[in-house]
Design a protein around this ligand. Structure first.
Ligand SMILES: [Zn+2]
Length: 292
């Protein structure tokens, strides 16, 4: 009898950057409505998605392992059990990659939103998934998400999904947090803050020898729409103008320097280059790389 697959292959993909190996780890995907987009008409957004063969807004969720100087860091932890059953698969894919969470020395976060930090801690038990890792994040993130006055300004959804989630997920790591402003935060990993999406939203440049990879965090959430129209923001950006300005800076750097980029919401595994097209840009997926 012919066996038909009933489960997807593991979401694991390696990429060399000089002496460093970066492994994309899929958390899965989140499908959602387009009404969370700002600075664009729904008709225009729908047209761009249809032109790009996307029937709806599909948001990939990615995390990345960094194997550097004999050490292992994990950038982001996925969404745990806070969002949809199509996501929350980081642990399963780490296992498929042969990585024991106990051996991860550092978890680096681009920011504290549930699709990035809700995989830190098993809920409701409160047991940390990464018992030996320090938590490395921009100093503005806990400052903002732990601020009761800021939380009071949010909608019920924001209070629960952003503020409460960040607090309960970070709790077991409280006494092993390392806060940064910018600069090298792990061997070969340099933090470049690009704030706006959140107050401490940060991109990470991976550098080794003369090779580089820019992990651009949440510079885009809907790649097809926001590369074409960088002014398009998300309802949940804490500062939309600043988010758009940061996006333009990242795009300019990526296109001018012809950088290899990837991001948390680029379609898995997400490695690509950005080229300018008309008044916007477009992503060109990187070619598969076999290793000898
Ligand atoms: Zn995100």
């Amino acid at each position: 009898m012919v066996k038909v697959p009933h489960a997807q292959i593991p979401g694991v993909y390696h990429r060399r950057v000089g002496d460093i190996v970066v492994t994309a780890i899929s958390d899965g995907h989140l499908d959602g409505a387009i009404d969370v987009l700002r600075n664009i008409s729904m008709d225009d957004a729908r047209e761009i998605l249809t032109d790009s063969f996307r029937p709806a807004r599909r948001t990939a969720v990615n995390a990345f392992l960094v194997h550097s100087a004999g050490r292992t860091a994990l950038i982001e932890t996925g969404s745990g059990n806070y969002l949809l059953p199509t996501a929350g698969k980081v642990l399963e894919n780490l296992k498929a990659a042969g990585v024991d969470p106990k051996n991860i020395e550092a978890v680096l976060l681009t920011h504290m939103h549930p699709d990035h930090s809700a995989g830190l801690t098993e809920m409701p038990s409160g047991r940390p998934h990464f018992p030996n890792a320090e938590l490395v994040v921009h100093e503005n993130e806990p400052r903002h998400w732990f601020d009761d006055a800021e939380m009071a300004k949010g909608t019920e959804r924001a209070k629960k999904l952003y503020f409460q989630c960040a607090r309960e997920q970070v709790a077991p790591y409280k006494d092993r947090m390392r806060l940064f402003r910018e600069g090298e935060i792990f061997p070969g990993v340099t933090a470049i803050p690009r704030t706006g999406h959140t107050p401490g939203h940060t991109t990470f440049m991976i550098s080794s020898g003369n090779e580089q990879l820019l992990i651009w965090g949440d510079t885009v959430h809907v790649p097809e729409v926001q590369t074409a129209r960088p002014e398009v923001c998300m309802e949940f950006d804490t500062d939309q103008d600043a988010a758009a300005a940061s996006r333009r800076k990242v795009f300019d750097m990526a296109a001018t320097d012809r950088l290899l980029v990837t991001g948390m919401h680029l379609h898995f595994p997400g490695f690509a280059h950005l080229r300018r097209r008309g008044t916007g840009s477009e992503l060109v997926p990187a070619a598969w790389e076999a290793w000898s």
